[in-house]
Design a protein around this ligand. Structure first.
Ligand code: GCB
Length: 593
């Protein structure tokens, strides 16, 4: 789905602000709360997670539907113009009404959806916009989860990841206009030929008879043009997009009266000899797995925080991150494009692995991941659709160089292989140009792993010295080296990227003995991993866990959340941040960005 971008033919009206909000008491749908004003509303900002806006535990821990409402004044439309209502994301599922008419239903909490509401509204008049947000996961949703009832009869959400499953309208809500014959999709693939850039494009614009495109450089000057819905264009003396150099062109797409400006960068991605090449040059990933997570807002997108996070990452000498463990706001990828950051883009398929989860209610069916009661073909179908939707949204971002289709799934069984083989294929069909991978969990070591050959890269989350051999870095190091040797043997020619490593660290806890949880131990454990990485040319990336501390589910191993951040939750550096900064700035100096 295309992002909202203004042009001469498109006007966007942002509906963010303070909406009305009410928790469902089990009667909302039956009684049709959308058909009238909410009876006992409280104010709720959009976008934001609703959980921590109030001080009520009831809101924080709510299970089920939550209702949002506001009035919207309909703008006047020019001849034949359509009015589209678009949500950047509603977590996890959203149902939308315009007055009493249901106009959209979307499952999956981290991708956009939209509805053409032209025929349900009257220009110059106001309509009541109602959204029912559902935070319950099921075995056939991505991510998977289930709602159970504890011994006291309380409904509890269960899911198989540690970050708190915030809910709400997390990204902007926009009302935009477009002409009757509009551009609905654009796909751009770039290549390099000598000093020139090659751009292959295709446009979808149902009903449009006159389609042409212009290529504009970063200053807005036309450098090439072409007729038709698809073609290949040469950009002479192209200015390449490269890590640290986020040069962007715009493909200005014209379809009858519609104009849609699609930014793009000219660059290539390839894998050769265990290296990931961007524009033919080996790239080394320095950075983090991150979360969309912040005080009060939860997972609500916020430009202030986004820009600050990029500034902090640049301060440290990072050049990349993974969108662990779900697709991030479109604004984040736009910003990565222009800042020249390199992104491993991940789906929301986190937690397809029951063996390591006790299940809060103790009733995870048999703890078997792939079974008729847990992850089934229905899950696989949702996962496949999610991959297609996700790649359709993010395919034109030059910053994205790898698709990660799952985080730490079971991958050491035949059932896992049956599940993932078709999904790897779905990703390749949706985008034949980028490497596809999944992020491997510690138990699926190379001697038991069954899925690695389906993918182009090896991405590993490892906690030697933390979850295993706690406090014993010498032993952790030996095992790490042995394991890397195993991966090189199993996957010759494939690059290895460490997508998670690092200990929980309480900021302010200092220790002469440098023991676990102290700031010193974080320095030592990250240092151990880095020393090992430096000995293996096949290791082409270090993305420590996590950029910042983040909110989690309650748990006896989580003190005030997950504390593996390089930075605290309010983005202040722990001691390790300075040590790693020295390393990364020196690497930046040596390798370019
Ligand atoms: C992991 C998960 C990540 C957790 C992390 C941890 O392997 O991928 O979501 O937060 O470990 O800190 O335990």
């Amino acid at each position: 789905m295309l992002s909202v971008r203004s042009s001469v033919s498109r006007t966007a009206l942002c509906l963010d602000g303070v909406w009305q909000f009410q928790l469902d008491d089990g009667t909302g749908l039956k009684e049709g709360w959308y058909a009238r004003s909410l009876t006992d509303p409280r104010p709720m900002p959009v976008p934001a997670s609703y959980n921590e806006i109030t001080t009520d535990m009831e809101v924080y821990d709510h299970v089920g539907l939550a209702w949002y409402q506001r009035d919207v004044l309909v703008p006047h439309l020019r001849d034949g113009e359509r009015l589209i209502l678009r949500f950047g994301s509603v977590t996890h599922h959203g149902r939308v009404w315009v007055d009493e008419t249901e106009v959209a239903y979307h499952e999956g909490g981290y991708l956009p959806f939209e509805a053409d509401i032209t025929d349900h509204v009257t220009p110059g008049e106001t309509f009541r916009l109602t959204v029912a947000v559902d935070n319950e996961l099921r075995w056939d949703t991505i991510p998977v989860g289930y709602t159970g009832t504890d011994a006291l009869g309380q409904k509890r959400r269960n899911y198989f990841f540690d970050f708190f499953s915030y809910a709400g309208i997390h990204r902007s809500v926009v009302l935009y206009t477009r002409p009757a014959h509009a551009v609905t999709d654009v796909t751009i693939v770039t290549d390099i030929s000598g000093a020139n850039g090659l751009l292959t494009y295709s446009v979808e614009a149902p009903g449009a008879s006159d389609i042409h495109v212009r290529v504009l450089d970063a200053a807005g000057c036309e450098v090439a043009r072409a007729e038709g819905a698809e073609g290949t264009i040469t950009v002479e003396d192209a200015h390449l997009w490269a890590p640290g150099k986020g040069y962007l062109y715009t493909l200005e797409v014209h379809a009858d009266d519609d104009v849609y400006p699609q930014p793009f960068g000219i660059r290539t991605v390839a894998i050769e000899d265990s290296q990931l090449l961007i524009n033919g040059t080996p790239f080394y990933f320095r950075g983090y797995g991150r979360h969309e997570d912040n005080i009060v807002r939860g997972k609500g997108h916020d430009n202030v925080l986004m820009v600050h996070d990029f500034e902090v990452m640049k301060w440290q000498g990072a050049n990349s991150f993974r969108t662990s463990h779900y697709p991030y706001a479109e604004e984040v990828l736009d910003y990565a494009d222009r800042e020249g950051f390199v992104v491993i883009d991940e789906t929301a398929a986190v937690g397809l692995n029951l063996s390591m989860w006790p299940g809060e209610l103790g009733d995870v069916p048999g703890k078997v991941t792939f079974s008729p009661d847990t992850v089934t073909e229905a899950t696989q179908k949702t996962h496949a659709d999610h991959i297609r939707e996700f790649i359709a949204r993010d395919k034109n971002h030059p910053s994205v160089v790898i698709w990660s289709i799952a985080n730490e799934p079971e991958s050491e069984t035949e059932a896992a292989r049956d599940y993932f083989a078709p999904l790897a294929q779905v990703a390749r069909e949706a985008d034949p140009t980028r490497p596809v991978g999944y992020v491997n969990v510690a138990m699926a070591t190379p001697d038991v792993e069954k899925c690695a050959d389906l993918f182009d890269v090896v991405m590993l989350n490892r906690y030697n010295g933390w979850y295993t051999d706690t406090g014993n870095l010498a032993l952790g190091e030996k095992k790490l080296r042995d394991e890397i040797d195993g991966w090189i043997k199993l996957c010759p020619g494939k690059p290895i990227i460490f997508t998670e490593y690092g200990p929980d660290t309480l900021d302010g806890l200092r220790d002469y003995q440098r023991r676990p949880w102290s700031e010193e131990y974080q320095i030592d454990m990250l240092g151990m991993f880095h020393r090992v990485f430096d000995d293996y040319p096949q290791v082409v990336g270090e993305q420590m866990w996590n950029f910042a501390d983040f909110r989690t589910i309650p748990g006896i191993i989580r003190v005030g959340g997950n504390r593996k951040g390089m930075f605290t939750r309010d983005r202040l550096p722990k001691a390790a941040a300075y040590v790693v900064r020295d390393r990364w700035l020196a690497m930046r100096e040596r390798l370019g960005f």
